[in-house]
Design a protein. Structure first.
Length: 258
């Protein structure tokens, strides 16, 4: 069953004419699948993630996005989160003075309310917090601090995956989660993602490089160049990109269009 359907999506920046960033993106992601979206800097990968999450500075000029068969573009960002869309940021922000425990309790109970579920009591929430922190290999002391304040790059990225585990989204979008990670942090983050893969959840993993896909094996790989997905294939496509580079795909696409 299709969880996410993107058809002929054209996107620009508000108040900037003649600046199309996405130029007809087509993408279908089924429930239970993990797709990798690869491409060089400036190809439009992070723009697609931002549009899916509802970032207001981008303007949809044409096309459709359906999530669980419904028009995603009609939903406000907070409604998308409540409906089960999660975006892990490339550069997670610090929130000094905002307790991670309180932040997550509010977020979890907001999502539960939107789903028609009862709020978790303080005791129930803390038990879930400890269980998920242990499952993700997150130092429990980090949950007692302000959100991302003083965290290392690896801790911030692991914290994003921990938040994903707490919120239990239907669609998780990971925007260059591997950026800046050393090999140990990359393995830890990848292990967390693999633990959260399930038949009722989909993942869109955005990355430049094939290395994270050695640990998180995708069902499909898509290559984005100049605002369009120009090639899709199985996991072997990521290895071909590592061997030949993005220019190889660009040349093939140009030859096919000639």
């Amino acid at each position: 069953m299709a969880l996410l359907e993107v058809e002929n999506l054209h996107v620009g920046v508000e108040d900037e004419d003649d600046l199309d960033i996405l130029k007809g993106v087509d993408l279908t992601l089924d429930t239970g699948q993990l797709h990798a979206l690869m491409g060089p800097n400036g190809s439009g990968k992070s723009t697609l993630a931002a549009v899916l999450a509802g970032r207001e500075e981008y303007e949809v000029l044409d096309g459709e996005i359906r999530y669980d068969g419904e028009d995603l573009l009609k939903l406000e960002p907070e409604e998308r989160a409540e409906e089960g869309i999660f975006l892990a940021f490339q550069y997670p922000v610090e929130l000094p003075g905002v307790s991670m425990t309180n932040f997550l309790k509010e977020a979890v109970n907001s999502v539960r309310e939107a789903r028609g579920q009862d709020e978790l009591s303080s005791a129930e929430f803390l038990q879930q917090l400890r269980e998920r922190a242990d499952m993700m290999g997150l130092d429990a002391d980090l949950t007692k601090r302000s959100v991302n304040e003083g965290f290392s790059g690896g801790e911030k990225k692991r914290n994003e995956i921990f938040q994903l585990a707490m919120l239990e989204p239907r669609l998780a979008i990971l925007d260059e989660t591997d950026s800046g990670l050393d090999i140990d942090a990359l393995q830890n983050v990848s292990d967390g993602v693999n633990k959260l893969r399930s038949d009722d959840r989909g993942f869109l993993v955005i990355t430049h490089y094939e290395r994270i896909l050695q640990y998180i094996v995708p069902d499909r790989v898509h290559v984005m160049l100049d605002g369009k997905i120009v090639r899709s294939g199985g996991k072997e496509l990521a290895r071909q990109l590592e061997d030949h580079g993005y220019e190889w795909v660009r040349e093939e696409a140009a030859a096919a269009a000639a």
